[in-house]
Design a protein around this ligand. Sequence first.
Ligand code: GAR
Length: 424
Amino acid sequence: MREEPVPPPRRTAVLISGRGTNLEALLREKQAGKLPAADIALVFSNNPAAKGLDFARQHRVPTAAVDHRDYRKEREGHERAILEVLKQHRIEIVVLAGYMRILTPVLVGAFAGRMLNIHPSLLPAFPGVRAQEQAWEYGVRVSGCTVHFVNEEMDGGPVILQRTVPVHPGDGPDRLAARILREEHKALPLALDLLTRGRLRLRGRRVDILRGNSSYPLLERELPTCLPLLIATGNQNKAEEIEGMLEGLPLSVYTTGELSDEGPGEVREDAPDYEGNARLKAGAWQKASGKWTLADDSGLEVDALSGRPGVHSNRYAPTTEERNRKLLAELADVPEEKRTARFVCSVVLRGPRGKEHTARGTCEGRIAFEPSGEGGFGYDPVFLPDGYDGASLAALGAEIKNRISHRARAIEALRPALERICSP
Ligand code: GAR
């Protein structure tokens, strides 16, 4: 049986050290029904006298405190005690909302990808304490706030979102801080909403914000969102090639390897033509994953073989080497001028509710007498595209191949449709 996709985390602890206006903003939004997927299950402080704890109690949210002064310089011991409390409350997400302690790997490691922090500057400018004062003294013209995932660097984790404010000449640090705080109260609930709806995807240092519903449509207009797109191929080379061709589009690309838990299992590719096979793959994976899905099918048509191996190119022989050897053997007596051939590729882009776009691309050339070139894959070493002085597709390098190949041309033809589905 297929496993169900893992649901996004929801049970949230908000960690505070002082007055807790960001906590207030979160609880207010929760009460207004604006954080439907987040469950604020605990408010925690390192300071048992923190004003925010009273506020939480008034809102009937469970509270806890572990005083850091009881641990002197034992930061890790303090965090292990905190971790214990978080475990008791089955916490999945930690939000640092004015939590003024430097964290160690004990807590950070336990919540990797599930710990958010709000900071009152446009990071990486002005990390650390008194960020608003630092910004004022430095003389910047704009400042703002940042919500980021927490990693082991202080205020250095992947940025989720930022909101900016102008710095006016008469401000002084206090007025600037107040202006920034108003934006913090918008940014933090929005970030928590995105995380608990499964709309954040961490890719190295970058965070993709996936398109979807949220409670903050007006705030979201300022966010650079991405459309999740699944490339339905088990062939990693192909997936990487296609991902490269999609550059510049606001997409967050997934491969079937990453979504194997959500996959449809084995997909039969027994249609009579490329488009039919691409449609079978795109349809099955779209249905299983719910995401816009791009699938291709391609083949090599050799004129001297009446278009074979064509739609059966992948099944012409068991391995790539055997396929190329078999092809050269079949063509052993065919002279150069009769070795004309073309790569053909059909792509199908399938979306929710059966929306579909298709495109086709070809690359004309000849079959070589022997393989050459180190790049590419499949039949590339024996295919000599027209106009490149007898160099094989495998010898031309990725930059040229990804401009002239059948797949590149099919994707190029699909680009207007991709641009349309990407535009909000
Ligand atoms: C906020 O301005 C928050 O950004 C900042 O502390 C303040 C807490 O206010 N956090 C940091 O500087 C973390 N480096 P609050 O208690 O009223 O939410």
